[in-house]
Ligand binder design. Structure first.
Ligand code: HEM
Length: 293
């Protein structure tokens, strides 16, 4: 998106001078004096006008706001992940840490967000569940882009996006190297032996762990002083995966609490499907090499 000129002289009839201190208690100060309004800047009419419960049931609002808030945070997570990946590709390792740390904090915050949804009882959920029909978080295209960016290239998740407005974004994320792939390329540029098929491959294929990659991370961790930024990268990635695992765990636990073992609205077996997702390891060698240290 192109940058816009900040509001300035000429944008308001009785504009407040740049840098002038405003006294909100003054009777002189009115909305017309301000070149920008909070609500306009944040597009609050659109954001706050986007909650449309279908059932008329009081608790549906919680369900909608919870999902929308998580989608907003996912938007920022994707924004940061994309930038971190770009920085890593340019060898700007330290600046990339900033974004990675932010994504981990976002995930940690989303973990706590489940506490709010946990106040929804099965009885309350059942009142509006029929209105969701086949709608499910499984169809969240942003979530899928995050999973792809983190390297979980599960092809079976693509079908629900066919013909949907964001199909191309999902396919692009699917076909791109992941954050971990980019990290391995960095290790290779730093002289570590990373097999050629881990540096350039069909990025749509699921990642296959390699002994050589495990050995490379082991070398970094055995001599942190020598490879400090790569050591820090390894820890940033581990933080991120840890936070992501906890998010998955809190999701499945909340789901079990609310729907038990009923099938999901998205057509999966529900809790059984979500429990299988807990076995996914995003950055396998970063975990495996710890045993051998
Ligand atoms: C009452 C609350 C919730 C219930 C009962 C629930 C239930 C489920 C179930 C059963 C699935 C498996 C797919 C399916 O068959 O539908 C699922 C997937 C998913 N849900 Fe939820 N969910 C809830 C809240 C949320 C919230 C607040 C989010 C945040 C955006 C979310 C995001 C997701 C995502 C991203 C998936 C796909 C997971 C994957 O494929 O690994 N869910 N949910």
């Amino acid at each position: 998106m192109g940058r816009r000129r900040p509001p300035g002289r000429g944008d308001g009839q009785r504009r407040v001078a740049r840098g002038a201190l405003l006294d909100p208690r003054s009777s002189d100060m009115s909305a017309q004096d301000l070149p920008m309004d909070y609500s306009d800047y944040l597009h609050l009419p659109e954001v706050l006008g986007a909650q449309h419960p279908l059932s008329g049931d009081h608790n549906e609002m919680l369900f909608i706001v919870q999902h929308q808030a998580m989608e907003l945070w996912m938007r920022l997570a994707l924004h940061e992940l994309t930038e971190a990946q770009r920085l890593l590709a340019e060898d700007a390792v330290r600046p990339a840490f900033k974004g990675l740390a932010r994504v981990s904090r976002i995930m940690e915050q989303l973990v706590h967000a489940w506490d709010v949804l946990s106040t929804l009882t099965p009885t309350e959920y059942d009142k509006f569940r029929p209105y969701l029909a086949t709608g499910s978080g499984f169809q969240s295209w942003q979530y899928r882009c995050i999973e792809f960016a983190l390297g979980n290239k599960a092809a079976y998740t693509l079908r629900v996006h066919e013909g949907r407005p964001h199909e191309q974004d999902v396919l692009a994320a699917y076909g791109r190297p992941s954050l971990y792939d980019e990290s391995l390329r960095l290790l290779a540029r730093r002289g570590f032996h990373i097999p050629a098929d881990h540096l350039d491959r069909d990025w749509k294929q699921e990642y296959v762990a390699s002994d050589a990659v495990e050995a490379a991370w082991g070398e970094v961790y055995r001599d942190p002083e020598k490879h400090w930024d790569l050591y820090e990268l390894g820890e940033e990635l581990t933080d991120l995966e840890t936070a992501f695992r906890v998010w998955r765990f809190r999701h499945v636990t909340t789901v079990e609490r609310i729907i038990g073992f009923k099938p999901g609205t998205g057509g999966t077996s529900g809790v059984s499907y979500l429990r299988k997702q807990l076995d996914i390891i995003l950055f396998p060698e970063l975990w495996a090499m710890r045993t051998g240290l």
